[in-house]
Design a protein around this ligand. Structure first.
Ligand code: HEM
Length: 206
């Protein structure tokens, strides 16, 4: 049996709250932004929500039927990954692919943002194309995309809340687009500020 102290439990709950709050919020921010700029994709997502939900609130079993909406979220996380950069510290001297030599203790920055937008591994890399992920295929992750798509990182320290986050995001988004049409207020300068997540520098108006 594993003994967990109250302090450990409190700290773990706090980590989950912090790790899961701003990240999911940022995913929703950018997905709504991308849909507001693409009326065809928004209509398609709304039609799916109307067809699957028939005007009611989403249930757990509905989520797997909201395939297009899930792809909108996946594509939003490709274009705006949170955090945009991962950091790892080498435990031993190593040589990485590309003949990059790494010394013990050296920090390595992995730009998820650049991988996700690299024309070497993505067609029309900077465009929002939810259909690029097969609707009938599995939900894209690091393993089934050969690590081209790593929004939740990979390996033993990958996000522990990935399934919960996707569930939370799709439920919130389905309820929003079920009830409202989204349009961006014209002539706004919308820019990014990066930190633990990518957020809008001065918000945006819908
Ligand atoms: C869309 C929302 C989310 C995104 C984009 C996201 C992304 C990530 C990423 C990229 C990592 C790995 C960081 C690294 O390798 O350095 C991570 C770790 C983690 N995430 Fe998430 N996350 C999200 C939601 C959540 C939620 C909802 C929870 C908890 C319920 C959560 C809990 C954690 C924890 C505890 C870790 C640390 C895991 C470890 O170090 O072993 N995350 N997350």
């Amino acid at each position: 049996m594993i003994q967990v102290s109250s302090l450990q439990l409190r700290d773990d709950l706090l980590s989950m709250l912090v790790a899961g709050h701003e990240t999911t919020g940022s995913v929703l921010t950018w997905t709504i932004y991308l849909l507001s700029k693409d009326p065809v994709a928004l209509r398609k997502a709304q039609d799916e929500v109307d067809r699957v939900l028939q005007g009611r609130l989403p249930r757990y079993e509905d989520v797997k039927e909201l395939k297009y909406l899930m792809r909108c979220i996946n594509e939003s996380m490709r274009l705006y990954p949170h955090p945009p950069v991962l950091i790892r510290r080498a435990l031993v001297d190593d040589v990485l692919p590309g003949n990059y030599k790494v010394k013990t203790g050296q920090d390595i920055m992995i730009s998820v943002y650049n991988i996700h937008r690299s024309p070497e591994v993505w067609d029309r890399a900077d465009e929002f194309i939810p259909e690029r992920f097969d609707l009938e295929g599995p939900i894209p992750n690091e393993s089934n995309t050969d690590f081209r798509f790593i929004p939740f990182s990979g390996g033993p320290r990958k996000c522990v809340g990935d399934q919960f986050a996707l569930l939370e995001a799709i439920v919130a988004l389905a309820i929003v687009i079920q009830k409202v049409d989204i349009q961006l207020v014209a002539d706004q300068k919308i820019s990014m500020t990066t930190g633990a997540t990518i957020h809008t520098t001065n918000r945006y108006k819908l």
